[in-house]
Design a protein around this ligand. Structure first.
Ligand code: ATP
Ligand code: MG
Length: 163
């Protein structure tokens, strides 16, 4: 097996397109999944999470904001969605103190912004999405997995997407 069983890129040309991509992701999320988001300030991580929440049937996506100070937001929906932000963290201990390890359950999923700041606690089966600004309204989103199970999930997700 290769180190990266699956990887693909999606380009978006507006915040709305990123929201729609997130909504597709949120509709497909399986219980127990962790989605690790990487990308610079203003890349569109929270915009993607708004879409994920919408797709997961979270009632009011206006409540979806970067949990920069609260560290952890919880949105009830089809799955309980936990939204974390590691931007201001000196390390992973604060997240472990919040019970990070127990957040991903059969009836929940976890999305974490700035996942590259806490690499030691990101599960190896996480779906990683790296967002790179490529223009004022353009973003390139690289989806990747490092394990077979999440790789299969990603492959199915891409196959189900309209081109
Ligand atoms: N294609 C696009 N996809 C997503 N956001 C876009 C796009 N084009 C422009 N934007 C703008 O980029 C900004 C993204 O903000 P957002 O809060 O989602 O970033 P972030 O990665 O969460 O930043 P932070 O690290 O500060 O939390 C918004 O102002 C949004 O309108
Ligand atoms: Mg954010």
């Amino acid at each position: 097996m290769t180190a990266n069983p699956f990887e693909f890129d999606v380009e978006t040309s507006s915040p709305h397109e990123t929201f729609e991509l997130g909504a597709a992701l949120g509709g497909a999320l399986a219980g127990g999944m962790t989605v690790a988001l990487i990308g610079p300030l203003g890349a569109g991580k929270t915009q993607l999470v708004k879409g994920i929440a919408f797709g997961n049937a979270v009632g009011d996506v206006r409540a979806v904001t970067s949990p920069t100070f609260t560290l952890l937001n919880e949105y009830p929906g089809r799955l309980t969605l936990y939204h974390l932000d590691a931007y201001r963290l000196p390390g992973s201990r604060a997240l472990l103190g919040l019970g990070f390890d127990e957040l991903a359950r059969p009836d929940s999923a976890v999305v974490i912004e700035w996942a590259d700041r806490v690499p030691d606690i990101i599960p190896t089966d996480a779906v990683v999405i790296e967002i790179s600004p490529t223009g004022p309204h353009q973003r390139s989103l690289r989806f990747r997995s490092t394990e077979a199970v999440s790789g299969q999930w990603l492959e199915a997700f891409r196959a189900a997407r309209p081109v």
